[in-house]
Design a protein around this ligand. Structure first.
Ligand SMILES: Cc1ncc(COP(=O)(O)O)c(C=O)c1O
Length: 244
């Protein structure tokens, strides 16, 4: 990160747990990054904490403004109701940060969308202030799906998948199938080829890694029912097994 920062750098954007990988930074990981940021006081920090509540195996969520109070005045922490409360369609996000920045954001919003509808605002207030005990139950279900998906992907020829700490994505490598061909003779030269041929052959939709800037990988969202995931992973195994 130190090497990537130049005098023209305006913002660093953190996203942990991450979309698309599900990887999450520990307190110490973040401290190492905030130590770098302390040396570059022209850089603003935005932390997208959307998956704050979706973590597994006792992982402790951390965020830059809490890890490094000295960065507080140049950190914008954003979050929303979409993931923890499964309220994607309600369109509620929120942010905490320096007063001047929040004021400017409010000005832009009030001149563009005016506001998210008041029904959504009341629903989000109920979600944020209400009982959170469902999070543990839901995370246990997500963890079960993650573990099954990771295991089934690792059993597919040419696929290797690490087990992420949070969110509801896995980001397996498909390096082992690059250079192969489908039974119909289509060459798999990139992760985009892999995603397209998988969709054509088995009707399974994944997002190819080049779309996120890191190849040869692909993203799977396991925010789906266990039997659908099992079926999809079985299809991925069959597809990978058919490549030569
Ligand atoms: C990293 C990240 N931030 C924020 C969001 C939430 O977006 P929205 O509030 O538009 O539903 C998502 C949803 O995919 C996400 O992956």
């Amino acid at each position: 990160m130190e090497k990537a920062i130049t005098p023209r750098t305006k913002w660093i954007i953190f996203n942990s747990p991450s979309n698309p990988t599900g990887a999450a930074y520990s307190h110490d990981d973040i401290k190492a990054l905030t130590d770098v940021l302390l040396r570059h006081d022209h850089v603003m920090v935005m932390s997208d904490d959307m998956y704050e509540h979706i973590v597994y195996d006792g992982f402790r969520f951390a965020t830059p403004a809490a890890v490094e109070p000295e960065l507080y005045d140049r950190t914008l922490t954003v979050n929303g109701a979409s993931k923890a409360y499964a309220m994607t369609g309600w369109r509620i996000g929120y942010a905490g940060g320096p007063q001047s920045l929040i004021k400017a954001m409010a000005k832009v919003m009030s001149q563009s969308t005016s506001n998210p509808c008041s029904i959504s605002q009341w629903a989000a207030a109920a979600a944020l202030n209400g009982d959170h005990s469902f999070l543990a139950t839901r995370n246990a279900a997500f963890k079960q799906r993650r573990d099954m998906v990771v295991e089934m992907l690792n059993a597919a020829d040419g696929i290797s998948c690490s087990k992420p700490e949070g969110a509801f994505y896995v980001y397996p490598s498909c390096e082992g199938v690059i250079g192969k061909q489908t039974p119909g003779g289509a060459a798999i030269e990139t992760d985009e080829d892999f995603a397209r041929e998988l969709l054509e052959a088995e009707g399974v939709a994944v997002v190819f890694g080049a779309a996120f800037g890191l190849s040869p990988f692909f993203r799977i969202s396991y925010a789906a029912a266990m039997d659908q995931l099992q079926d999809a992973c079985g299809r991925i195994q069959r597809f990978c097994g058919s490549l030569r």
